[in-house]
Design a protein around this ligand. Structure first.
Ligand code: ZN
Ligand code: ZN
Ligand code: FE
Length: 758
């Protein structure tokens, strides 16, 4: 015992459970001959330390500087304590407490140490598909409650064997308190079934699944956050069959490869992209296709990109090690339903699609689809923020009351706030069917429980018909705050950039309910956190047939053509008009002129659709934004010519679409190639918006421009507009933490609600 000893209590909040934090503390304590104890609490980790002043200083310094790779420290509190005269340093059991503020780690891809063991014939976990340690493995998807301990996870059904238990109890072991720790002997197992649910008798189910994939079969594979449908990505027939059975005719399918060397066989991988592929979140990364490449055309038709991820579970590695360039790994669902996670449910829903099922007996408590990112304009851009990133919070500019924000309709996510942290849910999907709506409610309940948040305020979209709106309206004893869609978009980007208003906000997307009850989507809003004014927008164009005009862009084309040319458009020498019979065109015009089922929209997404139809890309789409995406894919990037543009001044600026449409039509009639037209259209928008921003700056003095909305998934527009604005000395802010599409809107709703709350 040392007379110079003092005692302190250190409380660490953040992601400090399930990430090897306590063994790290234990080893640190031994390094500086510190006595005491560490325990997980519901608020993080609590450490009682006794030692010399100097050693305690070193200890506290290393605590933050040398923390384990997955740990994320939010705050540290230091308190004076009385000496307890500890003889050694110990790791205590978790202490349950009433306040639960701890952060849970996202799911983490298998680490290099575990991978080495996986392929080491002398290791006792050789080829064991559930190998993991404190540095890797499942987390969020297997947790049912906090604190994060085995009985609160889906590993509770597996009793550790003595070898695993010894590792689990040994603070010097990499598996010390690794909650999902398991081995062949005591842990979960995989089994192979046919699509009538008959178990295939084999000692090597994984090997057999490989053989089946090689011979062109479709295999459902249970993974981390859900079940994938897999097929050999080099086999065009297999991929085609998968598409047909899944009713997914057009959307690109995600693929998975063993390593970056395999990816380079079919895609161009830049440095930043390689980093993303390798990150422990293992998102799907959009990569430019390499030509020629061995991947089946059906994987990503009419698209310049592949959505690619690296293997992230041991099972993936065991499968892909068998000379696959890539496997299609698409979510196990029918079109837009939530991804299947439950074995029972999977057999029911997926047996019409999959020939075989490679399943396991570790339950997934909460589904989490693969995340999708792209590296554009110097940053990572989320298209979908889900597995690997959830439930890491977004830190906002101030502490706010507990809020639930319900998101929008498509690509729904929800947000719960606690202090200055905004927790955005995994991807829920399009709230257009009951299954998605159930998942939406389940996610809210689950997040409220594991984050211990009881919302006092509920924020939701202005659209009266959204299911998320209806859900919010049905809640009691909370303050309800309705938020305009595009206001939420801009504030979402402001929130992640820690911005206060006012700013010039460019909100461009497909659909959002406007305060005048029309459909907005091409809005320049002078935005503050609590309010906005509409500085400019595209002039209103009718959508003949309402939502049918979203599915059938040719209807939008008619809307734009009629607006630009009146009835003269019938005589235009456009291929599109020859493909539609005259009677149908007449009906459209009648609907428009008599204002029958033709709501008005200022949407930029629809303008993309309309032009895509006029230049002959497609008359119909299978998913929202498809035509616009294909128009971007087609664009010649070197184009510098532009179309005329103009606006009129009324309340704000009204951007007329007719000069652009006239220019496009003229080019089409002259036989100009659609890729040139698309390039010119993109350049026109960039020049037009930069020009308008200058005028708004002159009048308002605002220099900060914020870009948000699904249209900014368009890389040409995003990159070009950032450059054009920066050349004019604007400060430009974009999304890099949450999606620019509706998947990020809940963050804006929450931030606005915090401002408007009583
Ligand atoms: Zn590991
Ligand atoms: Zn074991
Ligand atoms: Fe939107």
């Amino acid at each position: 015992m040392n007379d110079n000893y003092i005692a302190r209590r250190v409380e660490v909040n953040g992601i400090v459970q399930g990430v090897g934090f306590r063994p790290f503390i234990y080893q640190l304590a031994n390094k500086y001959t510190i006595k005491g104890a560490v325990a997980n609490t519901s608020s993080g980790v609590s450490i009682h330390i006794e030692g010399t002043k100097k050693d305690i200083e070193y200890f506290c310094r290393d605590l933050t500087d040398k923390r384990p790779p997955l740990a994320h420290i939010v705050e540290i509190f230091l308190y004076d304590e009385a000496l307890n005269h500890y003889m050694d340093f110990t790791i205590e059991d978790s202490r349950g407490q009433s306040v639960m503020t701890t952060l849970i780690s996202p799911d983490v891809s298998v680490c290099d140490d575990c991978l080495k063991e996986l392929f080491d014939p002398n290791d006792h976990r050789f080829q064991y598909p559930f190998i993991n340690c404190t540095n890797c493995g499942p987390r969020y998807t297997i947790i049912n409650d906090v604190p994060y301990d085995r009985p609160k996870t889906s590993m509770k059904h597996f009793i550790m064997c003595s070898v695993c238990q010894d590792e689990y109890d040994d603070p010097d072991n990499r598996r010390f308190h690794a909650q999902p720790n398991a081995c062949q002997k005591c842990g979960p197992h995989v089994a192979l079934y046919d699509n009538t649910r008959r178990k295939i008798k084999t000692l090597a189910p994984i090997k057999m699944a490989v053989t089946l994939l090689k011979s062109g079969h479709i295999v459902a594979i249970k993974g981390l956050g859900g079940i994938h449908l897999a097929a050999n990505a080099e086999n065009n027939d297999a991929v085609k069959t998968l598409r047909k059975r899944k009713h997914r005719e057009e959307k690109p399918l995600a693929i998975m490869s063993y390593d970056v060397a395999s990816v380079r066989k079919y895609a161009i991988v830049e440095k930043e992209e390689e980093k993303l592929l390798h990150s422990h979140q293992r998102p799907i990364v959009l990569l430019k296709k390499k030509e020629p490449h061995p991947i089946a055309e059906e994987v990503s038709p009419r698209n310049r990109y592949f959505g690619t991820m690296l293997a992230y579970t041991p099972l993936h590695y065991l499968l892909l090690k068998n000379d696959f360039t890539a496997l299609v790994m698409t979510s196990g669902n029918l079109s837009e339903e939530p991804i299947a996670i439950d074995n029972e449910d999977a057999f029911k829903r997926l047996s019409p699609i999959a020939d075989y099922f490679l399943m396991h007996d570790r339950d997934i408590y909460l589904r989490s689809d693969d995340s999708i990112v792209r590296s554009t304009a110097g940053s990572t851009r989320f298209i979908r923020r889900s597995r690997g990133y959830i439930p890491m919070p977004i830190f906002i500019d101030k502490k706010v009351p507990p809020i639930l924000a319900c998101g929008a309709e498509l690509k729904n996510t929800v947000c719960l706030t606690k202090g200055n942290q905004a927790f955005i849910s995994q991807h829920i999907g399009d709230l257009e069917n009951l299954a998605s709506y159930d998942f939406f409610q389940l996610t809210i309940q689950h997040m409220k429980r594991i984050l211990d948040i009881n919302p006092e305020i509920i924020a939701f979209d202005l659209h009266p018909d959204y299911l998320s709106t209806q859900y919010a309206q049905e809640q009691h004893n909370v303050q309800k705050i309705q938020v305009q869609h595009h206001h939420a978009h801009i504030v979402s980007a402001m929130a992640e950039n820690l911005l206060d208003g006012p700013v010039i906000g460019l909100a461009f997307d497909g659909t959002g309910f406007g305060t005048d009850r029309t459909i907005w989507g091409g809005e320049i809003l002078v935005t503050q956190l609590d309010k906005f004014s509409r500085a400019a927008h595209f002039s209103y164009i009718p959508m003949p047939g309402s939502t049918a005009a979203i599915r059938e862009p040719w209807r939008m084309a008619v809307g734009y053509l009629y607006n630009a040319f009146g009835e003269d458009f019938f005589d235009l020498d456009l291929p599109l008009l020859k493909e539609i019979d005259h009677k149908t065109l007449k009906i459209m015009v009648e609907m428009i002129s008599k204002n029958l089922n033709s709501p008005k929209t200022s949407s930029l997404g629809r303008l993309f659709d309309g032009i895509a139809a006029i230049v002959g890309i497609r008359k119909q789409v299978v998913f929202e934004g498809q035509a616009a995406m294909e128009l971007e894919m087609l664009a010649g990037e070197k184009e510098s010519a532009i179309y005329d543009y103009e606006w009129v001044r009324e309340d704000g600026f009204k951007i007329r679409t007719s000069p652009i449409i006239s220019g496009v039509v003229k080019d089409m009639i002259q036989g100009i190639h659609p890729s040139v037209i698309s390039g010119k259209f993109h350049q026109t928008l960039i020049r037009l918006f930069a020009h308008l921003c200058e005028i708004i700056r002159t009048e308002s003095g605002l220099k900060r421009v914020v870009l948000s909305g699904g249209v900014f998934q368009n890389s040409i527009l995003l990159t070009g507009l950032i450059r054009a604005l920066e050349e004019k000395n604007f400060q430009v802010y974009t999304h890099a933490k949450v999606p620019t599409n509706d998947g990020g809107i809940c963050l804006g709703q929450a931030r606005i609600a915090a401002e408007l709350a009583r």
